[in-house]
Design a protein around this ligand. Sequence first.
Ligand code: ADP
Length: 531
Amino acid sequence: MKAALPENELIRLAHLRALNVLDSEREQSFDDIAYLAMTVCATSMAMVSLIDRDRQWFKSCIGLDATETPRDVAFCAHAILQPTELLVVEDATQDPRFSDNPNVQGDAHIRFYAGAPLVSRQGYAFGTLCVVDTVPRQLSSTQLNQLQALARQVIQLLELREANQALQLSQHKLMTLYSQAPVGIVLNDLDGRFVEFNPEFARLTGYSPAEMRQLSNADITPEEFASADAYQLQQVVASGRYGPYEKQYKSKTGALIPVLLNGVLIKTPAGEAQIWTFVQDISSRKRAEQLKNDFVSAVSHELRTPLTSISGALGLLVSGKLGDIPATMEKMLVIAHKNALRLQELINDLLDMEKLIAGKMEFDMERQPLVPIIEQALEINKAYADNFNVSLHLSVIANEQDMPLMVSLDAHRLQQVMANFLSNAIKFSPPGGRVEVQLIQQQREVKIAVVDHGPGISEEFRARLFQKFTQADSSSSRQRGGTGLGLAISKTFVERMHGRIGFDSVPGQGATFYAIFPLANRATDLPAHSQ
Ligand code: ADP
């Protein structure tokens, strides 16, 4: 008699096929279990049988030379209909389900069958672990229990096999990514030794994998990056990640390769901290930047001379020193003069920026009192403030009134920073507004703050404020002039003079831009005379 189909047949089949076991090679571990089942039950045959759509396929078959039989004649097709019970047929000739079975009637001469269903964790009966004999038999309850226990082991093996395959697949994916990635990937211990690295990392540095294993990070890092490297290491240990961090590697041929690093800290199963780093070769970006910088600086130089004479000439005309100008022309000339000055300002900013990037800007660091520099800044920018009907005020908050606030910096560069802070504060102030400059001593530092009561800095603009060519919106730049380079230049100036730059702002209530410098009042406060 043909067995009925289980109710969940379609999904049962899908799960069985997902195991990826049908038609696989023989495996010793399955044969071992079938062999144990056969011995425990003292039968002449045992199988691990899986019920496919039209066949039963044997993952293991002991005592019979077969790999599969049609499903129609399979005892196991009946066994899986009751997944929670063993199917025991003591004498097949006496059982109407099997008496006409060709395996009972024919040469195979099957008489005895006991099958323990192989039921997955989700409840699908894939097949059985069964023992078979050519003579009628009975099994003790201990034998039946043992057969069932062995069937559970088969299920465990099938699940383990599946998990192993999934693991191999994901390992393969990972290895493909690791070996084909166009970025270097490297694992370092905290001493900088290379524990593991992908082919791209070896290619980048020019060392063979064998050579690489003998080296550590310090061997391929130019000396000038030693302290920055130490800082990044501190960073990753404290926070779990570091970067983006730009540095150079020294390749085997001695060439310097600009790279961008990002890394994460991991713990090995043994508890050792290690760092995975992703290494991007940024040589071509750097070359493009260099080309652009050279171009900008060449063009700016070429523009500056004719522009100086144009704005000089226009200035003379507008001042009336060359005689009266007809009223019809005056308005046009004033506009032309203003715009020539604006262009000149842009070109000066661009040249400053290029010099800074190329590292060609000199800083004349000198120990000097701060207050006179700031007083002078107010004086220089007063005319500009008057234009906007804005008043400038200075207040000094020092711990020891009679001690001058000494700083060590380049006064000319600080004037440029102040001009940037003040002109921004002035042009963004409401008419009739106040701009306050505060000098505040904070322990062994002094803060120079420029406070205005303009629109302030919006949330979305905060992060980009110190980047090159950024303005909150183009309409404000048109109304208020400027190049969007001022703050970027100021930041570099302040940092090159050992200071920090920053701002506070409550949108709608104004902004405070500040620079903080170390005080140089005592001899020991003096930073090294640099640049
Ligand atoms: P710019 O030459 O355009 O002034 P900056 O780099 O000095 O260039 O400033 C960039 C932008 O930052 C300005 O265009 C403006 O949008 C914003 N900003 C700077 N200072 C202030 C301020 N005090 N109040 C409001 N916005 C400001």
